[in-house]
Design a protein around this ligand. Structure first.
Ligand code: UDX
Length: 445
């Protein structure tokens, strides 16, 4: 199939490159000439494991980038809208979606064959039907369901695993207003054999994405509420509690041969210093705001957000137990990215922690394997010493705050054991054994 992808951000570029790799003819469109040139040279403008190799394999063959959306739409059977939908505090901002829909609609005036327009961006239920479809009809002077089809196809891509998630999907959600639209959208995924497809209407497709992310965020905040209570009661370790919960056969099924399945969803059922990233915080808040507009009070998801907002401060509370006045005290912050495998710091729990320490006058020695450039940007104006290695970050510190579950932090106990006066280690991810360092504190302990 000939496919135009509008937007070469994270979702658009990954989708475009993977669809080309699966045999479609893809034109990736972006306003930014520099980005388009880079893509055409085989240089991905973002970092994602496996992206560069796949881009280089396909560019100039089944894949090209362009700034001309009109030309791309006229030449394609299907357009994917993959532009950003930032949350402005009260609603998602769909101005980029509107703009692209206007351009696609206008281009459809010049296309005689049926064309399918698909929203891939995360949008609140109703956006495809109530915002995109009317714009397309108005701009094209044509009728949805007759001259063109409209659909919604959410992505489920984890940062750092986006290529692998796209190429090996666990499900494909095909939202369309009629059978023809759904058939055409499903045909895009024909090369992904054996994957379960949810065929539904666009509103349900939109809701699936929010429900999935909200559930995962709820699991994390639930675990954190239990963890905080364990810590208050005393002599209970939330890690043991959650392990006991995971072993319920409904969470970790026992197979006929007696072996256990440990679903990765259980890793969201652990106490820690909170979730971040570009999706969970934004999507949960956007769904709450949307629910309130529909007269729902969204009490559970409100609590998910407020529990998460308090979680980074738990790191500071644990530090209080050992060092009440941090002025002039050296503190190491290990991990700045919101999760391992990325340099993304959006909504990272490390941000409020570093800001608090800076306000208190602590001497901050920060280390992250890849997010330091990003951190310099996020913390511009703050006096932070960025260490070139984990070992260098520990020089002379009285406390270590472990904020991100990077694998290499498993080597921390060996480094601490060689220090003359061992600092207190505050484990925000519960990744170290409690007895692995002389002075240990952990969330939920
Ligand atoms: C998420 C969803 O997983 C993905 O399906 C969706 O399309 C976009 O949002 P992402 O934000 O990349 O992807 O990150 P994810 O790996 O899910 O991590 C989100 C947060 O959950 C992080 O703050 C992380 O610390 C936490 N997390 C992640 C856990 O607590 N446990 C885990 O096993 C993984």
């Amino acid at each position: 199939m000939k496919i135009a992808v509008a937007g070469t951000g994270y979702v658009g570029l990954v989708s475009g490159v993977c669809l080309a790799a699966k045999g479609h003819d893809v034109i990736c469109v972006d306003l930014d000439q520099e980005k388009v040139d880079k893509i055409n040279r085989g240089e991905p403008p973002i970092y994602e494991i496996g992206l560069e190799a796949l881009l280089k394999d396909n560019i100039g063959k089944r894949l090209r980038a362009s700034t001309d959306l009109r030309e791309a739409v006229i030449a394609s059977d299907l357009s994917l809208i993959a532009v950003g939908t930032p949350f402005d505090g009260s609603a998602i901002d769909v101005s980029f979606i509107r703009q692209v829909a206007r351009e696609i609609g206008f281009a459809l005036r010049e296309r005689d064959e049926y064309h399918m327009v698909v929203v891939k961006s995360t949008v609140v239920p109703g956006t495809t039907d109530d915002v995109v479809l009317p714009i397309l009809e108005r701009e094209s002077n044509k009728k949805a369901g007759v001259h063109f089809g409209v659909g919604m196809n959410p992505e489920f891509l984890r940062e750092g695993d986006a290529i692998s998630d796209f190429m090996n999907p666990d499900r494909i959600v095909v939202g369309g207003n009629d059978e023809k639209a759904r058939d055409m959208l499903a045909a895009v995924y024909a090369p992904f054999e054996g994957v379960e497809i949810v065929r539904t209407n666009p509103k349900t497709a939109e809701m699936i994405k929010y429900a999935a992310n909200s559930l995962l965020a709820t699991l994390i905040s639930f675990s954190n509420e239990i963890g905080n209570l364990c810590a208050s009661i005393g002599e209970i370790d939330a890690q043991e509690v959650m392990r006991g919960v995971h072993l319920d056969k409904r969470f970790s099924p026992i197979m006929a041969d007696g072996t256990r399945v440990s679903p990765s969803s259980n890793t969201y059922l652990e106490a820690g210093c909170g979730f971040g990233g570009s999706c969970f915080p934004k999507d949960v808040k956007a769904l709450i705001a949307h629910g309130k507009r529909h007269g729902r009070d969204m009490a559970l998801l409100d609590a998910v957000v407020s529990v998460n907002a308090e979680q980074p401060a738990k790191m500071i509370e644990l530090l209080d137990k050992h060092i009440a006045n941090r002025k002039g005290v050296k503190v190491a912050v290990l991990g700045l990215a919101f999760k391992p495998g990325t340099d993304d710091m959006r909504e990272s729990p490390a941000i409020p922690v570093v800001q608090t320490l800076a306000e208190e006058g602590a001497i901050i020695q920060a280390f992250d394997p890849i997010a330091v450039d990003e951190a310099r940007h996020t913390f511009s104006g703050l006096d932070i010493h960025y260490a070139p290695s984990m070992a260098a970050a520990l020089d002379g510190v009285e406390a270590i705050l472990l904020m991100t579950r990077w694998d290499e932090f498993a080597g921390l106990p060996a480094l601490v054991s060689s220090m003359d006066s061992p600092p207190v280690v505050i484990d925000g991810r519960r990744m170290l054994a409690k007895d692995s360092v002389p002075r240990y504190e952990g969330i939920g302990l």
